[in-house]
Design a protein around this ligand. Structure first.
Ligand SMILES: Cc1cc2nc3c(=O)[nH]c(=O)nc-3n(C[C@H](O)[C@H](O)[C@H](O)COP(=O)(O)O)c2cc1C
Length: 210
């Protein structure tokens, strides 16, 4: 089993990476393979609602979002890390997730369906719980079971060295890794022993204006 950890920071090896690394190393100790996928620090366009993804099954903008979509089906679980920017998720990871999940949803790839997910938030000081709420909403709509930890998944620090001093934050990352590994193993055992994926109805899509 494999988990993909997405680093949504403009810093490849910054605070968010430090938190994700703690989760990743714990997953590996639990026998789960991991990769870290950095979204990069080049401009990432927001969603332009063109709906090209309905037919193309990927985003109209051919960038890190499509590279992520091309590999997502190979992974069994996902952790998305974001720094706090202005008490919210960073602009780049917001655009990235808007487009990645919208394209998967509209294009019918189903790369995320019933795969466990969690977010990890990194901040100097404040805005962590607002960002946690923001990112968990993506998983709620994508039918991704949200894995939790002993505390809300956050670390504090302005540098990786400071994050390494946040002992509770790092422990929260390790607990998250163990909880994710436990969930993945339970799912695998269940499916191997005859538990079926749920029946799915054809989607009903009603707007409130008729
Ligand atoms: C544009 C911008 C806005 C920020 N806003 C906040 C904020 O609202 N609250 C906070 O605690 N830190 C804020 N920070 C600091 C970062 O969240 C913090 O340094 C984070 O740990 C950096 O993670 P990284 O090294 O992975 O990028 C902000 C940083 C930037 C660049």
């Amino acid at each position: 089993m494999k988990v993909l950890l997405v680093n949504g920071s403009p810093h490849e090896k910054g605070c968010t990476y430090t938190a994700l690394t703690e989760v990743s190393e714990t997953l590996q100790k639990e026998g789960i393979d991991t990769e870290i996928f950095w979204i990069g620090n080049k401009a990432l366009n927001g969603c332009i609602a063109c709906k090209v993804c309905v037919t193309k099954k990927k985003c109209v903008f051919d960038d890190r979002v499509n590279e992520f979509l091309d590999i997502a089906a190979d992974y069994d679980g996902f952790i998305f890390g974001s720094p706090v920017h202005w008490a919210s998720a960073g602009g780049a990871i917001t655009s990235f997730l808007d487009r990645a999940f919208y394209a998967d949803h509209n294009g019918g790839r189903q790369s995320f369906y019933l795969k466990p997910a969690a977010c990890v938030i990194s901040a100097r000081r404040a805005g962590t719980t607002a960002t946690y709420d923001q990112l968990n909403k993506y998983f709620g709509l994508m039918q991704m079971p949200i894995v939790s930890s002993q505390y809300w998944n956050m670390v504090h620090g302005a540098t990786p060295e400071q994050v390494k001093q946040d002992l509770e934050g790092l422990q929260t990352m390790r607990t998250l890794g163990r909880n994710m590994a436990f969930f993945l193993k339970c799912k695998e055992v269940g499916l191997k022993n005859g538990v079926k994926m749920p029946e799915r109805e054809t989607g009903v899509f009603t707007n409130f204006i008729r």
